[in-house]
Design a protein around this ligand. Sequence first.
Ligand code: BES
Ligand code: ZN
Length: 874
Amino acid sequence: MADSPAQFRGQARLPRFAAPLRYDLRIRPDLAACNFSGAAAVAVAVSAPTRFLVLNAAELDVDRASIRFQDLAPTDVTQFEEDEILVIGFDRELPVGEGVLTMDFTGTLNDQMRGFYRSKYVCNGESRNMAVTQFEAADARRCFPCWDDPAFKAKFKLTLEVPSDLVALSNMPVVKETVSGPIKTVYYEESPLMSTYLVAIVVGLFDYIESSTSEGTKVRVYTQVGKTNQGKFALDVAVKSLDLYKDYFATPYPLPKLDMIAIPDFAAGAMENYGLVTYRETALLYDELLSSASNKQQVAITVAHELAHQWFGNLVTMEWWTHLWLNEGFASWVSYLAVDSLFPEWNNWTQFLDETTSGLRLDALAESHPIEVEINHASEIDAIFDSISYDKGASVIRMLQSYLGAERFQKALASYIKKYAYSNAKTEDLWAVLEKESGEPVKDLMTTWTKQQGYPVIYAKLNGHDLELEQAQFLSDGSSGTGMWIVPITSCCGSYDAQKKFLLKDKTDKIHIKEFTAFQSSDGDKNIWIKLNIDQTGFYRVKYDDELAAGLVNAIKAKKLSLMDKIGIVEDSYALSVARKQTLTSLLRLLNAYHDESDYTVLSHVTSVCLSISKISVDATPDLNKDIKQLLINLLQPAAIKLGWDPKDGESHLDVMLRSLLLIALVRLGHNETINEGVRRFHIFLEDHKTSLLPPDTRKAAYLAVMRTVSTSNRSGYDALLKIYREAAEPQEKSRVLGSLSSSPDKDIVLEALNFMFTDEVRNQDSYYILGGISLEGREVAWTWLKTNWDHVLKTWKSSSLISDFINYIVSPFTSEEKAAEVSEFFACRIKPSFQRALNQSLERVRISARWIESIRSEPSLGQAVQELLQGTA
Ligand code: BES
Ligand code: ZN
């Protein structure tokens, strides 16, 4: 085996004795036959004598007879499908130095939304295919043989042969086009050094609009023919973001042009291909009349995220997928910076706590993983595009920035970008630059957060004039892990002017109250409140003793706390309650303190906690469920009544978001008045789609209201929604309908909605809308449906991370040990690496709920507390 092609099998990474310098690629897609042919000439640097060239190829037919290295023909060509490698053997050693490897190949334009694939659209009433690439993480190898590893950066020179009437786009601008009958040949400029996963091709019929940055970089948005007005908002955000990043990273946008394009079939939300960013339609297109405020935010954040990658990811690239978070965590964090500067009225940094929240929730599972994770096979990469890499990643960056200070942090980032431009970096490389620029122990501090899974909860207790702190790993199952962190503690006492910051390095530490700078105990120690983790910049939770907790409740009621701190308190309290570290009773009492809150950002967390409580109480306390729901309705209703259903002239973006949020929550809590009003407005809307009674922002609430009233014997609402779906041209409207269809309490209707997913009326990319909407009443029927259809689901969605959604959405709502065992048994012989983690996490959530239920049932004073609170809020 020592000198055979098989010696290269089973390795995570390609051998480094030969590396590509430049790819000259000629590719000819056939959009009707759904296949393509290509020819590659790759300049390769051989750095050590070898008889083999080893590169990646998958689902490609490489023509063995065409392969040459210089003028040498190989004696042995082996393609190992499972390893996705192509081993080219020669009868003698290749000399050290540069040579050109040439080969011809063919492949399929698949329907799996990865590699080189086809997407369907309709133009002038005619159904057509477009050809699109999606290479991240490891699918460039499905389009051409290559060293498909982010560290093998090379230059790319593409030539495409396409039907003359189509638009053909790639990373770089066109240098030349020649037409020969029905086929045109398009030549593109050679790219700078870049990784394979960022190469892109799109071929189809499109229109575009154009603008340019202050530096003169041309920026275009391509849309389907006749739809360019929907690209205007994204174009504007793009141009402004590019200007902003150029200043922030102190480096100009590296390419001569930037194109952005909406693709009708798209597995992710968007993809940052260098100079040719691809998007799901809902993440790029915005229509003044047809999109909601939340659609608008989504577009802005997505554009800002993908453009941040042009520096963080594309110019400086992670050395290996272990460091994926450097790409995704940073792009997520920076996107908030850009959007905050473009739309200050959105209060974007407070909304950032949505990211922190999902990071904290996922990372409280034993089945979580460290930010830096070992990758041994390409098939493991997709699964780490998760809340840990994105949300925890972005949150620990915010934590570090807040510790180092914004200015120092930015300066260090700019020098990191300069140092590693056109090259690759590891997590340690970033820490080294930050450490050098700041003089702070960045590496020691941050390693505890990136190499170790989980995070701490800080127990805070007042002992005389000492605030005693103790850290322990927080886990939602109530156990304590063994992790230890260096925790940037921030705290304030009685006012935001009286602060104390330090690094908690040991298990315990304490602060003397007098240490709070500018501390005055004017209103007597009785009314003192102490808040740790000011503005939730730290990635940890806090458990206060009863006295401190009571102080904070008073501070909330007295409106002394920032929006972020109010969010932090309710989120921590909820998590501690799930982990059985505090009672549901005390959580309900705390929620009561948010009774007259009117801010969207705070209420979005409050409603999410309310909905979780309402769900768990269905199984935990069926007798009390109605009263608990009423209590939660009473809590949310004042703000909802103030806003009503109708938009008001000049109201803020966040109030528009809040209206939608509250109406949806009230419908989900079963509030009859809201449901009836939603149904009333829906009927008017059915007659007149232009009615001002149901603008896009409140439409989802009305759709959900209608579905609450639908049953097999009264299905007209369901059919009406299907009709809206079929007639809607806008993907955002379609997604609103899909997200409602499965939310009926009627099991047969839920089943019908699930089966609708399998028809060709629903794109495979959109399955998660239906899955995400399944009613609690429908969870059993959904599980049976999943078991029955598992083979089909696996076959259709296997190659994307969408497969995990089926498991997450269908398994997680269960709340019993028996169910966990049943699910686990079903998958025992069906497990695959691509959804193993999703399954383990879902099962863990089920078991956590089961334990939470047991503990809720043994809370002696819950019933009485609910009655008391009900009387207080009625
Ligand atoms: N690089 C990702 C796209 C991606 C995701 C490729 C998963 C391969 C697998 C892109 O930059 C991204 O993060 N997109 C996000 C949108 C963003 C606003 C968080 C997405 O697709 O959801
Ligand atoms: Zn990204």
